[in-house]
Design a protein around this ligand. Structure first.
Ligand SMILES: NC(=O)c1ccc[n+]([C@@H]2O[C@H](COP(=O)([O-])OP(=O)(O)OC[C@H]3O[C@@H](n4cnc5c(N)ncnc54)[C@H](O)[C@@H]3O)[C@@H](O)[C@H]2O)c1
Length: 310
């Protein structure tokens, strides 16, 4: 997308935290904003702010795991604002902690349902609509830094978010040659309501069958560290996402503090290739298996400065 003004953004989990930060950034750019969220009270709070600012916003109650409801929500968004241009699959929950063999089937199904299938539902319902109108657009899905560098003890969350990275890399490949872009957003720590909202959503979607996910324990069981200045306000996330959309970034990252850790992971993968001379014929016969130009499109991201749509 090269410009935002007058276009429409459909943002799941848009009533709170990072999704609300993205919604506010969209509204500031003159977009019509649809916030689709499972919590009506959060929608009501968010809409009051858009109304106060005189910004065009529609709130829709939606559980992203409900495919039929998702299609109805997309219909309602189009009825209000016309074509959807920017889809932000951002709704997500914190998951049961502990080793994967210890989490229950119900906890697993809930986590995969909201954090992964919910994203896929957005893609399957909304992307055909964006492609059909032909005006161009973009899809962003919120994964996490945990997808690139796993958080110890949070296997289920790591798993769902890693899957979203793979999903969006595939989307970028599938959308190549169209005027619709794809990005995966991998934020580090932001000030949001994830703990409380995850508890509420977990209780609602499981009828209380799944215990509330606890916050991740401090590493090595020590006291909670001083987080002052480390956990960012959600507006920062909104600005970074819109800049990434404008730039056409495949990966929208937030914290350079994680770069060394991710580099160590990538280097481990590279070291795991057997130290053998590659057969040059392989790349000639199977070029689509040995190289993907998709990754060459990701250029170095500069420090965040006020972005411009011109
Ligand atoms: N806060 C962080 O530090 C952080 C870091 C990395 C990734 N994330 C991811 O960012 C995304 C947004 O989370 P947040 O931190 O802003 O938390 P948040 O709780 O403030 O916002 C998440 C919103 O998603 C909604 N939601 C949850 N399940 C839903 C469902 N089934 N259908 C529709 N809406 C649903 C919630 O009601 C809530 O309003 C999540 O995907 C989360 O995993 C957050």
């Amino acid at each position: 997308m090269r410009d935002f003004s007058g276009k429409t953004a459909f943002i799941t989990g848009g009533a709170s935290g990072i999704g609300f930060g993205i919604a506010k950034a969209c509204a500031e750019e003159g977009m019509n904003v649809v916030i689709a969220d499972i919590r009506q009270s959060a929608i009501d709070d968010a809409l009051r702010i858009f109304e106060k600012n005189g910004q065009a916003a529609l709130g829709l109650p939606l559980d992203v795991t409900d495919r039929a409801a998702y299609a109805r929500a997309a219909d309602a968004a189009e009825a209000a604002f016309g074509n959807i241009h920017l889809l932000v699959n951002n709704a997500g929950i914190g998951c049961a902690v502990g080793p994967l063999w210890d989490v229950s089937f119900k906890e697993t199904d809930l986590a995969l349902g909201v954090n992964l299938t919910g994203v896929l539902n957005g893609i399957q319902v909304v992307v055909p609509r964006i492609l059909r109108h032909g005006e161009g657009g973009h899809v962003v899905s919120t994964a996490s830094k945990a997808a690139l560098l796993p958080v110890p003890g949070c296997g289920l969350y790591n798993l769902t978010k890693s899957a979203v990275v793979g999903l969006m890399e595939t989307m970028a490949e599938d959308l190549a040659g169209t005027n619709v872009g794809a990005s995966v957003f991998c934020p580090g720590g932001y000030q949001t309501n994830l703990g409380a909202s995850s508890a509420e959503v977990t209780a609602r979607l499981t009828g209380g069958d799944v215990p509330t996910p606890p916050p991740p324990p401090p590493k090595d069981g020590g006291a909670m560290p001083d987080w002052e200045g480390l956990i960012r306000p959600a507006q920062d996330a909104g600005r970074r996402v819109l800049r990434g959309v404008l730039r056409g970034d495949l990966y929208i990252l937030t914290h350079s503090e994680f770069k060394d850790g991710v580099e160590s992971r990538v280097n481990a993968i590279l070291r795991a290739f057997p130290d053998e001379t590659p057969n040059p014929r392989y790349g000639e016969v199977f070029p689509f298996l040995t190289y993907n130009a998709l990754f060459d499109g990701q250029t170095q991201v500069p420090p965040l400065s006020p972005y411009t749509t011109s």
